[in-house]
Design a protein around this ligand. Structure first.
Ligand SMILES: *Cc1c(COP(=O)(O)O)cnc(C)c1O
Length: 410
């Protein structure tokens, strides 16, 4: 008989997106002539820039000839991509990264959950609330949660970094000793960003406590304002405490291509019986055991995004999304609705303006206006009373949505 990993039984299913899909389906059946305006899309909609398409075509062609064929590549990724990352994403910001500090992979979702394999189940883990659900779920599935405490409906090893109106959704540093800290900056779902000072406080906490920061930087390319760090390594000594994760998914529309990377600096140490070990060595060990490398084609595509020509298209796609965010945010603000985000990220996090609950608000938007967004409660208990819109849709949908909603908020 085979036994199941019981954590799969214990973790509540995330009903959020399936509930949303079900509600949309029911609405469509009842209103076959009404077009749903989806402002909840968590995926990019703009096609991939033509220079990456050319690069992928070329890579495919190479695979078709015996002379240029590529089989397994290096588990940590090809040097042609790693050197571009070092040059454009780091050296330009005066950050030195070594070739073997870069790990190329197929997505931040798998990277940030897979890395947990290296860590003990004894760690105390700080997760933002509200959060990108992967951080919490992957820890529970791996058995890192510890005992489930029924009274408080929480896990003994999980510490919530509470984000709410009082701290403008930027968490305070933990009040107890934490071993692993998740930071998502710019944030999904709230769209807010840490300033340099906020990030310095977390790095300084981590240095003091020998904690490790898992820094999810998937939305770096959306940063518009000057004082927002583009990398955690802009903070002094952050290399001693932080792993930075980046993805081509949102940056370059690669959600379907799959390519990402993470940086594990050689200064980053982890302790076994008080003795320091290089985390980088353990990551290499893990990567080469579980992974045979991201595809040659997707790595060639990723390397192609750094040219000026490709960057022009990529930046114009990002501007398009950010204009959507601006249109919606400006409208909500004009109706005196409290919003967060929308400036350095493709997310608009709004406070629901009356005493109705998240799902009631969802139902009103859908049934009265054919508009879809995401109830904040789906991202954690502190999301209650909030609603997330994304900027990944079409401009005309945002314009239509604000004209429809104009009377509702009056
Ligand atoms: C979209 C997203 C990612 C990217 O995941 P990939 O697996 O690289 O597509 C990572 N983190 C957050 C918070 C995201 O929203």
């Amino acid at each position: 008989m085979a036994y199941i990993n019981e954590n799969y039984i214990n973790l509540n299913s995330n009903y959020l997106f399936s509930t949303i899909s079900k509600k949309i389906k029911e609405f469509r059946e009842k209103n076959p002539n009404s077009k749903v305006i989806n402002l909840g899309i968590g995926d990019v909609t703009k096609p991939i820039n033509k220079y990456s398409i050319i690069a992928m075509n070329k890579a495919v062609k190479e695979l078709s000839s015996e002379k240029t064929f590529k089989g397994y590549g290096p588990e940590q990724g090809y040097e042609f991509l790693k050197s571009k990352i070092i040059e454009y994403d780091y050296a330009k910001k005066n950050i030195d990264i070594l070739l073997d500090e870069v790990f190329i992979s197929d997505g931040t979702k798998s990277d940030i959950s897979g890395i947990l394999d290296i860590f003990s189940k004894k760690n105390k883990i700080a997760i933002p609330n509200p959060t990108y659900p992967v951080y919490f779920d992957s820890n529970i599935l791996k058995g890192n949660g510890g005992k489930y405490l029924k009274e408080t409906r929480s896990y003994e090893n999980i510490y919530y970094l509470n984000c709410n109106e009082n701290n403008n959704f930027i968490p305070d540093i933990p009040e107890q000793k934490i071993d692993i800290i998740y930071i998502c900056n710019p944030n999904n779902p709230t769209g807010v960003t840490f300033t340099k000072e906020h990030l310095e406080a977390f790095v300084s906490y981590a240095l003091k406590n020998n904690s490790i920061i898992l820094y999810d930087n998937a939305y770096e390319a959306f940063i518009q304002e000057k004082n927002i760090p583009h990398s955690i390594y802009e903070i002094k000594d952050a290399k001693k405490v932080a792993i930075e994760f980046r993805s081509y998914s949102k940056t370059a529309g690669f959600t379907g291509i799959r390519c990402s990377y993470f940086i594990v600096p050689k200064q980053l140490k982890i302790y076994f019986k008080g003795k320091p070990t290089l985390l980088n060595d353990l990551c290499k060990r893990r990567q080469s055991t579980y992974f045979n490398g991201a595809s040659y084609i997707s790595q060639k595509a990723a390397a192609s995004i750094y040219s000026n020509k490709a960057q022009n298209i990529i930046q114009s796609n990002i501007s398009y999304y950010m204009k959507n965010a601006k249109i919606l945010n400006k409208f909500l603000k004009s109706k005196n609705i409290k919003t967060y985000g929308a400036i350095n990220s493709p997310y608009i996090w709004m406070k629901i303006p009356s005493e109705i609950d998240d799902w009631e608000f969802f139902d009103i938007l859908l049934n009265k206006y054919s508009i879809v967004g995401t109830p904040g409660i789906g991202f954690g208990s502190n999301g209650k009373g909030y609603f997330r819109f994304t900027a990944f849709g079409k401009k005309q949908d945002y314009i239509k949505a604000i004209s429809l909603l104009s009377d509702y908020f009056d």
